[in-house]
Design a protein around this ligand. Structure first.
Ligand code: SF4
Length: 338
C-alpha cells in the first residue's frame, strides 16, 4: 500500500497531534554524544537509558525493513502549579493517551510501530531532524509554535517517505536555562548531569535523595520546570491543559497505598508510588519553614516505609536547624533566612 506524507500528516492532525515531521531511519546525529554521556555516568540510576543503547544509536534495529520515522508532537502547555512539573499537572498520564493516538496512527499507516518517550529512541535528536524543533541548551526540544511544552512520539515505518528539513537552532547567545537551574545540573550548554537535576532526584531516583540537594528542591514534589519556564521561546506557547489541584500536603502525608492509588492512578505521578511521593512531600515540608506541618512530619516518623521515616526525620531536623540559625541571624545553605 502506498501512502503519501500529506495523508499521514492530515490523519495525525485529525487525531489531535499538533506537530508532524518526517525523517529517515539513519542513526541519530548525536548517538556518539549520547554514548559518551552514558560513559560519564550522567544518567545516574536511569538504567533503561543504558540498557538499549545500541537500538537508540541505530533505530533500524527496532523494525526490520524500516525506512522512515514519523515524529509527532503534542502541546501540553498548562498555567503551571507550584508543586508539579507541568506535564504531570493534568488529570491523565500522557503515556496512555498519546500511546493510544500513536497506535491509531500506526494502524492507519500499516507496517509501522509507535513509541512514546519510554521507547529506546533518541527522540529529541529525531525531532530536530524531522523539523519539529531544536534541542535547546537545556537539552529539551523547543518548538517555535509551542515553546518548551511538547510531548514527542515516533512511528517507525517501512514506507519510504521523503524527509523534512531539519529544524534550525535559535538559542543564540541566550543562557537563561543554564543560569536558572536550582542545582546547576546543566553543566555545559547541551549537557545535563541528570544526577543533579530535580526531575531526576524527585522522580527517577528511587532511594534516598542526597542531603546536599534537598534544600534546592524547594516546594517541588514531582519534577521541575525551571529551565523550561525561563526560555524566551515560551512566548509562543499555548496553554491548553488545566492543572489539577492537590490536597493539602500534610493530609497526603498520612495517605495509605489505596488513597495514593485512588488519587493518582491515571496520572504520571502513579509511577512514583506512595513511598516516593511521601518522601518528596517530606522534603518540601522540611523546606517550608511552616511549623504547622510538624505534627504531620512527626506522624510520618512512624511510617511503614524506612525511606519516608528517614526523610521525615530530616525535615524535622531541617526546620529546627533553620529556625535556630535564623534566630542567630545566620544564613542557611548560602541563602537568606526564611
Ligand atoms: S533558555 Fe535560552 S539557551 Fe536555554 S533553551 Fe531557551 S533559548 Fe536556548
Amino acid at each position: 500500500m502506498t501512502m503519501t506524507k500529506a495523508e499521514i500528516r492530515d490523519h495525525a492532525l485529525q487525531l489531535g497531534f499538533d506537530l508532524v515531521g518526517f525523517t529517515t531511519i539513519a542513526p541519530p546525529p548525536h548517538a556518539g554524544e549520547f554514548r559518551r554521556w552514558l560513559d560519564a555516568g550522567f544518567h545516574g540510576e536511569i538504567q533503561y537509558l543504558a540498557r538499549r543503547a545500541a537500538e537508540r544509536a541505530n533505530p533500524s534495529q527496532l523494525l526490520p525493513g524500516a525506512k522512515s520515522i514519523i515524529v509527532v508532537g503534542m502541546n501540553y502547555g498548562t498555567t503551571g502549579t507550584k508543586h508539579l512539573a507541568r506535564y504531570a499537572a493534568g488529570h491523565v498520564d500522557y503515556h496512555k493517551w498519546m500511546g493510544a493516538k500513536l497506535a491509531a496512527l500506526a494502524k492507519f499507516i500499516g507496517d509501522a510501530i509507535g513509541y512514546v518517550d519510554t521507547g529506546p529512541i533518541l527522540e529529541r535528536d529525531l525531532a530536530q531532524r524531522a523539523g519539529l524543533g531544536w534541542i535547546g541548551k537545556h537539552t529539551n526540544v523547543i518548538s517555535q509554535q509551542f515553546g518548551n511544552w511538547i510531548f514527542l512520539g515516533e512511528i517507525l515505518t517501512t514506507l519510504d517517505l521523503p524527509p523534512d528539513e531539519p529544524a534550525r537552532e535559535y538559542c543564540g547567545t541566550c543562557r537563561r536555562c543554564i543560569d536558572a537551574c536550582p542545582t546547576q545540573a546543566i553543566v555545559a550548554p547541551y549537557q545535563l548531569d541528570a544526577r543533579r537535576c530535580i526531575s531526576y532526584l524527585t522522580i527517577e531516583l528511587k532511594g534516598s535523595i542526597p542531603v546536599e540537594f534537598r534544600p534546592a528542591i524547594g516546594n517541588r514534589i514531582f519534577g521541575c520546570d525551571d529551565c523550561l519556564a525561563v526560555c524566551p521561546w515560551n512566548r509562543f506557547a499555548k496553554l491548553v491543559i488545566p492543572p489539577r489541584p492537590l490536597p493539602p500536603l500534610p493530609e497526603m502525608l498520612a495517605w495509605d497505598d489505596c488513597q495514593f492509588a485512588d488519587y493518582f492512578r491515571d496520572t504520571p505521578i502513579y509511577r512514583l508510588k506512595r513511598r516516593g511521593w511521601l518522601r518528596n512531600i517530606c522534603v518540601v515540608l522540611g523546606n517550608s519553614g511552616d511549623w504547622k506541618v510538624l505534627p504531620a512530619l512527626h506522624q510520618a516518623l512512624n511510617d511503614v516505609e524506612p525511606l519516608v521515616r528517614e526523610h521525615a526525620a530530616w525535615a524535622i531536623e531541617e526546620m529546627t536547624f533553620t529556625s535556630t540559625r535564623c534566630r542567630a541571624g545566620e544564613h542557611h545553605h548560602g541563602r537568606p533566612c526564611r
